[in-house]
Design a protein around this ligand. Structure first.
Ligand code: KG4
Ligand code: ZN
Length: 338
């Protein structure tokens, strides 16, 4: 079976073709970063309009690259995400599926991130602990199988990607903030500032990143007042990145120990962070899996593979499924979705 995957939940238009036995056949991505950069963040209306403009050419390109006229099913991100952007991808999926006479598979965006490491040759087997870290979520999940997710911990306030993005803004770096902070951090001293490692000493596996962000803000103001901002910027970026990574890794190790899981999967946009990848591999006494860097941030390949694994949920093309909010632990195994 050939599954076309469509991702439009935020600011990347991703399209891919995945074959249930042969694996990934083709994938394309159009990033809207330049469109939103001038506003310092994603503008939902601009995102929707650009998805509409980009989708069809990307679908044609991916089909041509795979040497196909049409797929056997169309998977699309049905949530969570920006509602207008989701409607564009869902509308396109339903329209194309109707024209091609094939079914539609609605996919949960975070399940796509979670399954992205399975696109690699060395794919993780169930069960595993997932550290899912993106712009909107920071979650630790006990993954027993497809659609069998127990949420062990989540963020009580900002997601870690959001903390990277806000820190980038405070440091006068562009959007998206994560890669910019990580780059500047390479020139800084990560021990220069002692920033909080929120929640690490508390029971449970929840995260909180707003205190860390506030601590960075106070140090920025102080450095500005002393006329030292430019000189201390890189040290602040490095100290922030170290505190954020220590928190994520510390929590993940606690959760792995408690749940007795010997495999950790790191996925989502922040999973592209080099320090996070290095640190968790070094400190975890078990197997660690990541998607390749290009499949950490939003992409169509993760939606195509999730659709392939969820063919039992395929439905006739009809109503457009789109939900801005949709919790991951509400999912059920394939064929058992409500
Ligand atoms: O998964 P993603 O592409 O979109 C969401 O579903 O949110 O994640 C985007 C987030 C942004 O907050 C971005 O700043 C962050 O991932 N990010 C990074 C890195 N690359 C992307 N954060 C830290 N280090 C990176 N290298
Ligand atoms: Zn995402």
């Amino acid at each position: 079976m050939n599954i076309l995957g469509i991702e439009t939940s935020c600011d990347e238009t991703g399209v891919a073709l995945y074959h249930s036995e042969r694996g990934l056949l083709a994938h394309e991505l159009h990033s809207q970063v330049d469109l939103h950069a001038v506003y310092g963040g994603v503008v939902p209306e601009i995102a929707s309009r650009d998805h509409l403009k980009r989708l069809l050419p990307l679908v044609s390109k991916v089909l041509a690259d795979a040497g196909l006229e049409k797929p056997d099913a169309v998977a699309h991100t049905a949530g969570p995400g920006l509602i207008g952007a989701l409607m564009v991808g869902g509308g396109m999926a339903v329209g194309l599926a109707k024209a091609w006479g094939c079914p539609v598979v609605p996919v949960h965006h975070m399940e796509g991130h979670l399954l992205a490491p399975m696109l690699e040759d060395e794919a993780p087997e169930f069960p595993f602990l997932a550290l899912l870290v993106s712009g909107g979520h920071s979650m630790l999940i006990d993954v027993r199988g497809l659609g069998r997710y127990e949420l062990l911990g989540t963020t009580l306030d900002d997601a870690v990607g959001e903390a990277f993005d806000k820190t980038a803004k405070l440091l006068g770096l562009g959007y998206p903030g994560g890669p910019a902070v990580a780059k500047l951090a390479e020139e800084g001293d990560e021990t220069a500032y002692s920033l909080p490692r929120p929640m690490l000493k508390r029971p449970g596996f929840d995260f909180s990143f707003s205190g860390l962000k506030t601590a960075v803000m106070l140090q920025v103001r102080k450095a500005e007042a002393n006329g030292e901002f430019e000189a201390r910027k890189a040290d602040l970026a490095a100290s922030f990145q170290r505190a954020a990574v220590d928190t994520l890794v510390g929590r993940a190790l606690q959760a792995a120990k408690k749940s007795g899981l010997g495999r950790i999967v790191v996925a989502g946009g922040v999973g592209a962070n080099k320090l996070l990848r290095a640190e968790i591999s070094e400190r975890f006494d078990g197997e660690v899996y990541y998607p390749r860097l290009a499949f950490c941030t939003d992409n169509g390949a993760m939606i195509a593979i999730a659709g392939a694994l969820r063919l039992a949920d395929a439905e006739n093309a009809g109503e457009i499924r789109a939900a801005a909010r949709w919790s991951l632990d509400a999912l059920a195994p394939p064929g058992k979705q409500a």
